[in-house]
Design a protein around this ligand. Sequence first.
Ligand code: AMP
Length: 396
Amino acid sequence: MNVLVINCGSSSLKYQLINSESEEVLAKGLCERIGMDGARLNHTPAGGEKVVIESPMPDHTVAVQMVIDALTDANHGVVKSLDEIDAVGHRIVHGGEKFASSVVINEEVIKAIEECNDLAPLHNPANLIGIRACQKIMANVPMVAVFDTAFHQTMPEKAYMYGLPYEYYEKYKVRRYGFHGTSHDFVSSRAAEILGKTREDLKIIVCHLGNGASISAVKNGKCVDTSMGLTPLEGLIMGTRCGDIDPAIVEFIANKENLTVSEVNNVMNKKSGVEGMSRVSSDFRDLSKAMDEGNALAKMALEAYTYRVAKYIGSYVAAMNGVDVIAFTAGIGENDGRVRAMVGEYLDYLGCGIDAEKNAIRGEEVIISRPDDKVTVMVVPTNEELAIARQTVALV
Ligand code: AMP
């Protein structure tokens, strides 16, 4: 079965065509600048060269048509016709409390996703546009919605409720939802598999450290807590997001800088995190280089970043009354040995540490703790597209 995995943003559309039997990526690509000047499609067939097709994309329907054309093209295509695409899996950011697992898309599901738009106004409407565009072009192909929030729906009330008047939860569903759920699910499963154990018998902390970053506590196969909240702004310090701060800072800065609440929100999402702190970059390669060159703010940002990760690990050890496995994943978690080593400095009390030699390995599944450590620390590369493809196949 060939599954087209779609991740649709307001002006972009990322895709992968995955063969579900071999789990091979047949082709992948990205439509950029949809609805703007300079729209283009970057398409890479497996084992082939990247092709860049520059052509106007007034809307997402045109973008989806271009993706299909690229996938079926005589030169750089990977299938003969649309008939060889058996299902589509859509990444949907927010499923609210309505979706605790993936679902086959029908009109009722679309309506329920629309009802979550308020909770993710930048993402859900774009995800829905992607669904509609695919429906127009592939009317008979079954589609599945896979939610970033679904895996975290098992959190108990005590973990998802904020210390706010209960009416905000009743009226607006203000609570912790968590994101990157597909990744936390995939990585915690895979970590157990690598160790030859079942996830149901383990307490696992997954550190998804990418440009957006979140941590989750997975106890006996179920998520019991996670660091992102109503929105992806809460929790860890990220590339450009501030993570946890004193909520009173919003009003304080709004008054001092003469900004609206939305403008402060924008600063907290796009101009903060390690980029805002260091004045260097949100990219950890640049940050690390700057630190080596003696940049004090880059060092401070990296220290604050890893300290926050370590504090969350500690709080999830408390939440689960122990931990068996700590798994690092995503761009930084998979590639940045320095960040892992800096977090590792705080793990003595758990009876584990990080082996410098194993920690030098990049982007692979590897156990980086020492043989006799009480807690296994490991790197498990995430694969959200494959997870979406698997869930799609399971449902269709
Ligand atoms: P993601 O959001 O998971 O794609 O992660 C992207 C982030 O990973 C980038 O912004 C970088 O900060 C980080 N990253 C990617 N490659 C490396 C690397 N080789 N070393 C350190 N950080 C990396």
